[in-house]
Design a protein around this ligand. Structure first.
Ligand code: PRT
Ligand code: ZN
Length: 293
């Protein structure tokens, strides 16, 4: 049963932990996880954090042990497929822990496409998602459920193929496997119950507002530079996201201005070099902590 405090379930240790803590701390929660701490209290929004295994998070929300939780979209999909009452909803995408659930086979396998999986064995930790995919594609294959080290299954003869999460692809390569088909793309998400009480929804709304303020600027930098006034039109093309820049006259340098602008960081070094080419000087690039719309 939910009391007045907001209860958020987080993965204690794993691929979602650092990203979750970093995001929450940028939203002022000041969480400092320690080895044996399973409950962390914060005065911010009167919140309790439950530090648990990721697999437990959907069930905790479902049974109201937690109000919301951060999990991978892949787990949310698997949970929904195995719980037909569908009580959970995605509240917000969080843009970290991105990965994909893919089918992979040995590099020397004679399985060339998904139809070749007919009659074969596929090892996975996501049996419902895989079963659903096989059904949709009219493939009859045997599913071998494993809760770890799925990538070893073909090597030790347990299965002909695997269906596992892939991020950089290093694990597949190390195990002489090649990716054959992506089933779904995933990222960290904030999940809650569709029927959460109003006072929880109000707090969650504030939480999401804070998350978005941080997420919005994750790929942006605050750039300041000096440039010849005549070159200003060229800046627009060089700085993606260049909207409403601040332009200030530079005292003692007629014809020159200082420009302050928020711009996307993706191609930062490339952009900086191009800025230099059009004569920009005193280029300062700064991190932005939050951007409140
Ligand atoms: O102990 P606990 O049960 O809490 O953790 P866990 O071991 O079950 O989960 P964990 O920490 O491995 O993953 C938690 C969530 O992180 C997943 O449900 C995904 O949503 C997300 N995530 C993002 C990943 C990866 N990237 C990822 N690369 N989860 C797992 N992997 C594994 C993958 O299974 C494979 O073994 O990393 C390996 C592949 O990585 P690359 O970079 O070599 O391709
Ligand atoms: Zn797990």
């Amino acid at each position: 049963m939910s009391q007045q405090r907001l209860r958020i379930a987080l993965q204690k240790s794993g691929k979602l932990s650092d990203g979750s803590i970093e995001l929450l701390n940028k939203c002022s929660f000041k969480i400092r996880p320690a080895k044996n701490h399973y409950l962390i209290k914060s005065n911010e929004l009167d919140t309790d954090f439950l530090m648990v295994r990721d697999d437990d998070i959907p069930g905790f929300i479902d049974s109201q042990v937690a109000d919301v939780g951060i999990m991978g979209e892949n787990l949310f999909i698997e949970y929904n497929l195995t719980h037909s009452d569908n009580k959970l909803e995605i509240i917000s995408k969080l843009e970290f822990a991105t990965c994909r659930l893919s089918l992979a086979v040995k590099s020397n396998s004679n399985i060339m496409n998904i139809d070749d999986l007919n009659g074969k064995k596929i090892a996975t930790s996501y049996p419902a998602t895989l079963a659903n995919y096989l059904l949709e594609n009219k493939i009859k294959a045997e599913i071998v459920v494993m809760h770890g080290s799925v990538e070893l299954a073909p090597k030790i003869g347990i299965a002909d193929a695997i269906c596992d999460l892939v991020s950089t692809g290093t694990t597949l390569k190390e195990n002489d496997l090649v990716e054959m088909q992506v089933l779904l793309f995933s990222e960290a998400i904030l999940v809650g119950r569709k029927d959460m009480p109003q006072f929880i929804r109000t707090k969650v709304k504030e939480l999401v507002f804070r998350f978005q303020s941080v997420i919005n600027v994750r790929n942006s930098k605050y750039i300041m530079l000096h440039i010849d006034k005549n070159e200003l039109p060229k800046l627009e093309k060089l700085l993606p996201g260049y909207e409403a820049p601040t332009i200030l006259e530079l005292q003692g340098h007629p014809g020159k201005v200082a420009v302050h602008v928020v711009s996307e960081e993706k191609y930062l070094w490339d952009t900086v070099n191009k800025l230099k080419e059009i004569g920009a000087t005193s280029i300062l690039v700064m991190n932005i902590e939050k951007m409140i719309a």
